[in-house]
Design a protein around this ligand. Structure first.
Ligand SMILES: [Mg+2]
Length: 313
């Protein structure tokens, strides 16, 4: 039910307003001075307020200004009701933030039309607030979808490459080391072929989880392809990261992944490289790590291979 607050220091005026509005089906609350009106507004926010201008204590204009300055009450439309019909008074009232201004004595039909107009505004505002909240929520979901791999909850390729660029820029700026790991699950196709894609998914999930446990909080982990993962390690030389890479490799090799009673074991090959002075973009590290990964595969898989910049020049 639409709730209207009628405020006037003359009880008869409030009574008349109340009767007229209740006849139209509105719920009407009454207040007889500014302080009482403000207290009521905070307790039971109305959809609309009819506010007398001339009152002892806080005037209607002051009440209006207080409400418009308060985030919690600023969207409640106010219709000022006053015997002052001078243009200045009307302008002053509207400048205080009132939605409308009605001069007493008023015609009932006009008052009701203005009440309906103010209520339409309030409803539109309320709908906007709801729509805005829904939009924000949808944006959050979209943002998550755009950056997170739904299967493993790791950052997806796009998110990872973005973070990688940021970390690279930071390393250049701070003149610190940075290392990069590319990881590929060995013979992953055989798992899919033998046990099906659901099993493959389970393996990807388990491997991703073991990575998250084994990396340091500063490291950025992403799933950058089907069974391909990457880790960006800020402030770390390749020699430091070899230790991390071995930890990741061992963590995966130790997994016994239960899929419908079958215990699946997989291994990973890892290519490691570190930032070199001649690198100008993430692609340079990416290509080098990819080459190291290829060598790890060539040398029999389930191993870590490091490539330094000079070896490919
Ligand atoms: Mg008065």
């Amino acid at each position: 039910m639409v709730r209207i607050l009628a405020v006037d220091d003359v009880p008869e005026n409030v009574f008349i307003l109340q009767t007229d509005l209740e006849d139209e089906g509105y719920e009407v609350l009454a207040a007889y001075d500014g302080e009482e009106a403000l207290a009521l507004v905070r307790q039971e926010p109305p959809d609309l307020m009819l506010l007398d201008v001339n009152m002892p204590g806080l005037s209607g204009l002051e009440v209006c200004e207080i409400m418009k300055a308060d985030e919690a009450t600023k969207n409640i439309p106010i219709i000022l009701v006053s015997a002052n019909s001078l243009n200045d008074d009307v302008a002053c009232g509207l400048d205080c933030g009132a939605h409308d201004y009605i001069v007493k004595p008023y015609q009932l039909e006009v008052l009701m039309a203005r009440v309906r107009s103010a209520l339409r505004l309030k409803q539109a505002q309320d709908e906007l607030v709801v729509a805005y909240a829904q939009l924000q929520k949808a944006n959050e979901i979209l943002n998550t979808m755009a950056t997170v791999d739904p299967l493993t909850s790791l950052g997806n390729r796009r998110y990872f490459l973005e973070r990688f660029s940021v970390e690279l820029a930071r390393a250049w700026r701070d003149k610190t080391a940075l290392s990069f790991l590319m990881i590929d699950i060995d013979f992953f196709k055989a798992v899919n072929d033998q046990y099906g894609h659901l099993c493959g998914d389970k393996v990807l999930e388990s491997v991703a989880k073991s990575f998250l446990k084994a990396v340091r909080t500063v490291d950025v982990v992403g799933r950058i392809g089907g069974e391909e993962f990457a880790v960006c390690c800020p402030k770390s030389s390749a020699n430091e990261v070899i230790v991390l890479a071995e930890r990741l490799r061992n963590a995966v090799a130790a997994l016994r992944i239960n899929f419908e009673g079958n215990f699946i074991s997989v291994t990973v090959s890892i290519g490691v490289t570190e930032l070199a002075p001649e690198d100008t973009q993430t692609k340079d590290l990416y290509q080098r790590a990819d080459r190291a990964l290829y060598q790890a595969k060539e040398q029999g898989r389930n191993r870590v291979v490091q490539t330094v910049a000079q070896t490919i020049n």
